[in-house]
Write a protein that binds this ligand. Sequence first.
Ligand SMILES: NC(=O)C1=CN([C@@H]2O[C@H](COP(=O)(O)OP(=O)(O)OC[C@H]3O[C@@H](n4cnc5c(N)ncnc54)[C@H](OP(=O)(O)O)[C@@H]3O)[C@@H](O)[C@H]2O)C=CC1
Ligand SMILES: Nc1nc(=O)c2c([nH]1)NC[C@@H]1CN(c3ccc(C(=O)N[C@@H](CCC(=O)O)C(=O)O)cc3)C=[N+]21
Length: 530
Amino acid sequence: MATTSSSADHKATIIDGKAIAQIIRSEIASEVQDLSKKCGKVPGLAVVIVGNRKDSQSYVSMKRKACAEVGIKSFDLDLPEDVSQDEVISKVHELNANPEVHGILVQLPLPKHINEEKVLTEISIDKDVDGFHPLNIGKLAMKGRDPLFLPCTPKGCLELLSRSGVSIKGKKAVVVGRSNIVGLPVALLLLKEDATVTIVHSRTPDPEHIIREADIIIAAAGQPMMIKGSWIKPGAAVIDVGTNAVDDSSRKSGYRLVGDVDFHEGCKVAGCITPVPGGVGPLTVAMLLKNTLDGAKRVISQTTDDGENSHGQYTNNDDEEEYFYAPGSLSKLQPRKVVSKARWYAKTEMAKVTIQKGSLWKTAGIARSGIVYCSIEEVLFLAEIGALLLLDDCSASSSLDDIYIQRLQIVKAGVGGSSLRLKKQLKSLGYIVRRHGVPWSFKGANSNESVSGKCALESGSVDLESENKRSIIEMFSGMQINEAWGYPPSKAEIEAPERQCVGVPLKFCQVEHGRVSLFSFDRVELPVLP
Ligand SMILES: NC(=O)C1=CN([C@@H]2O[C@H](COP(=O)(O)OP(=O)(O)OC[C@H]3O[C@@H](n4cnc5c(N)ncnc54)[C@H](OP(=O)(O)O)[C@@H]3O)[C@@H](O)[C@H]2O)C=CC1
Ligand SMILES: Nc1nc(=O)c2c([nH]1)NC[C@@H]1CN(c3ccc(C(=O)N[C@@H](CCC(=O)O)C(=O)O)cc3)C=[N+]21
């Protein structure tokens, strides 16, 4: 995997990216085989190329070949140079909708008349195996959030470091380059791994001085042999991403590939170093295959184990999720002590999350300008499992019960009315719904519960023992809601609906600061208030 050169000149351990990538590829191949045997499905990767740039064609054919080798089905789209942006976007939409495709890669660069950002944004984030979607990059940049996919080259750089025994935590790392596809995401990843990160770019004065401070150098400037031996701190780990073609008349092709680091000089100073070719490049391809496999596993586990836990092997093993929702262990199904909070905004039809608790926010919500929002489906779902407290937005027309009742109609209309459809929708948002077999419940009319003038059951303290469980969705939609009173209600106010209920025990619901309290009275005798 790694060799130390024996000559007195060559001290550095040379990290063999090709060998490391080969190991990863064989691990992927055996997982693909397992998946195919157990679920009868294989991962699919669509590789879209526009135009006929020689370098792009060569990279794309490498990626397609690598897919074939590990058993990933590749979908090849070769579009002409003059294809319109709309046409590319409509192809992306087709691939988004194709259930056999688990990953979509649009080879960059695109021709000048096509706006790369517009195209990349259209790729469904569930299929964004390049990790270039703004949402994925945004999550990478945020503390406590994990994107669905990490960009392949940055992920490959970290894989090379870890497989070479280089620790990152607390180290000084310098990244040379700040592009969206390499420099910036690799810097963010190193930061997530607790390195102290400096980014050097084309406007940085005295890069040599900064680079010499680094324990870890990631070179991604696209400048052939820019980093000299004297720029490297003795013993540093050097990952050379640069892949530059330079003229070489001694080669049949007329060129050879060199990195951003002067490899010959680097070998004399660095602790370990990657060559070009044979360093980062093969890892980029291996990580693409890995992302595609992971994307496929995510989708396949969602579509095959709908509540019955048929393919446990491919389910998410988030410890916290397991703790709260493990089926069959009701004692664990307690409401969270520390719940997240959100505020509903009728205007945007979204809830703004004001307090985030727990790791669920790694995947839940949508981040916009640093603020996390939740759709009504997410709000209902999270409220139902006791993970989210929804505060109303102080306007009389959007109290919590209003939101439930009105919004439920919309959810029902939009998602089809059944909780199954709602679950499906949630799954498409990335939730693992199958564990939540126990609905948010309350004591039914036939229970003997009665507490005079005192809160009998608060939201959150769900009654898990009760035989008579109904989901919150059922509960709110089947409820007759009267105008809210002030609190406490007068005797006359209570007696009026009591008469209407003709013998059916009356329940009172109070919504205060987003907490739903359900009251039950045997006999109503409230003191007359001044
Ligand atoms: N092995 C692999 O898997 C991959 C290899 N590559 C290779 O990595 C290299 C970088 O690729 P990419 O990020 O796409 O390239 P870009 O051209 O998009 O970005 C280059 C970055 O390097 C900075 N830069 C340029 N010149 C200098 C300099 N003299 N000193 C300091 N910084 C400089 C630029 O700064 P500024 O922002 O100021 O312009 C820019 O941020 C290329 O050689 C590419 O072929 C790329 C992807 C994958
Ligand atoms: N949407 C998109 N995603 C990319 O990941 C992407 C892209 N566009 N555009 C171009 C860059 C470049 N890139 C490389 C991948 C593999 C090698 C690689 O395997 N290199 C071999 C040598 C290859 C050769 O010999 O030509 C090596 O370094 O050993 C290099 C570079 C991915 N990129």
